[in-house]
Design a protein around this ligand. Structure first.
Ligand code: CA
Length: 371
């Protein structure tokens, strides 16, 4: 009598299994995941000029990643400011569904809800790493979604500049007196602070900023940091480049998605959008961090840019007004109060940690560098 080997038993079991598979479950196996064959062609409108390094390129890369990860089931055409809608109509365009996605910064939409400034940046507030921690593990993103919900929008943090520069000036600033009456393009809460310190804050989109400074409509401007500002050519129209970026210790770039459009996506595409935005959020910060110093060296080495630190009395005044501005914002309504309380509590806690982590480490590293 023939005794089958173990291999033979295994093989014959596999063969039976294989033979049975098509007849018992072909229809089930072949059924696509619900919605997976459907394709979507979306528009993404930006508040930035097309191809602007760091900002527009971040959105363009995000769109490419979503297309690649979805095998072109979700393709996104990216429009620069003014190509489909003007820079400051991105919010309305996505809210109304004219475009499914927008790439911008929440502090541009203070006219819709003043508290939105906080989701762009807070003067003397948290850094990029601290802000990301608040958004993703401190309840910040849930609050942001709550603010956007009535506008039919879902926000995703999708990039960060890191600490910015204080801005471009055509003359030196020696004290708070030099700020008086100065017209500066400075958005968000930083603009409110600048106003209280005696300046005149002007809101301008990036694509109007260059001409406005050149023609004297404004005396000064802040934009982002060396990498982005060099690409923008700001060193051609201003000489003095000030730090530190008190007004934007980080700036969150937002991917806003029309809620109805997002809900129309199958779950896997929704997840692709979410994870692609999260990846872009980190990727943009990595890029800015990697390129800022080389860009600054090009500015000072090849273009005669003068690097300056803001005078102590200016920074001290800004610090005082920054607190006032946030105090007042908290009195707007119940939701604003919750956002400010959440932000401040998180900043207080993470500052205590960073005092003994990042700050203490920077101190010893700096000391070692100098010795
Ligand atoms: Ca800025």
């Amino acid at each position: 009598m023939h005794r089958p080997s173990l291999v033979g038993v295994v093989l014959s079991t596999l063969l039976v299994a294989c033979a049975e598979t098509p007849t018992t479950s072909q229809s089930e196996d072949m059924t696509p995941i619900e919605g997976s064959s459907q394709t979507f062609e979306w528009k993404l409108v930006m508040s930035w000029p097309k191809n602007l390094p760091g900002l527009a390129t971040s959105a363009e890369r995000l769109a490419q990643n979503i297309a690649a990860m979805s095998n072109d089931r979700l393709t996104i055409k990216v429009y620069g400011a003014g190509e489909y809608v003007p820079a400051f109509q991105v919010f309305d365009a996505v809210s109304s569904g004219t475009a499914e996605m927008g790439h911008s910064a929440a502090y541009y939409w203070r006219g819709k809800a003043p508290i939105l400034a906080v989701f762009g940046t807070v003067p003397y507030g948290m850094t990029a790493q601290e802000t990301n921690s608040w958004l993703h593990y401190g309840g910040g993103l849930e609050l942001w979604r709550e603010v956007y919900a009535p506008f039919n929008l879902i926000p995703f943090p999708a990039g960060n500049s890191g600490v910015q520069m204080a801005g471009w000036f055509n003359r030196e600033l020696n004290s708070l007196d030099d700020i008086q009456g100065l017209k500066m393009r400075i958005p968000g809460l930083g603009g409110d602070v600048f106003q209280r310190a005696g300046g005149v804050a002007v809101q301008l989109p990036g694509n109007e900023l260059f001409t406005s400074l050149q023609t004297g409509v404004i005396d000064a401007t802040e934009w982002v940091g060396p990498y982005n500002d060099l690409a923008f050519g700001l060193h051609d129209i201003a000489t003095y480049y000030y730090y530190p970026g008190w007004q934007e210790p980080n700036a969150v770039l937002e991917l806003m998605v029309n809620n109805a459009a997002y809900e129309s996506l199958p779950p896997d595409l929704q997840k692709i959008v979410e994870v692609a935005a999260r990846a872009s959020n980190q990727d943009t910060l990595d890029e800015f961090t990697a390129r800022n110093m080389a860009s600054l060296n090009t500015m000072t080495g090849e273009h005669g840019v003068q690097l300056r630190r803001l005078p102590p009395d200016v920074l001290s005044a800004y610090r005082t007004y920054a607190k006032e501005v946030l105090d007042e914002l908290a009195t707007e309504d119940e939701l604003s109060a919750r956002v400010v309380a959440s932000y401040r509590e998180f900043q207080s806690n993470v500052s205590q940690w960073h005092a003994i982590a990042e700050e203490a480490y920077f101190d010893i590293r700096r000391t070692d560098d100098e010795s």
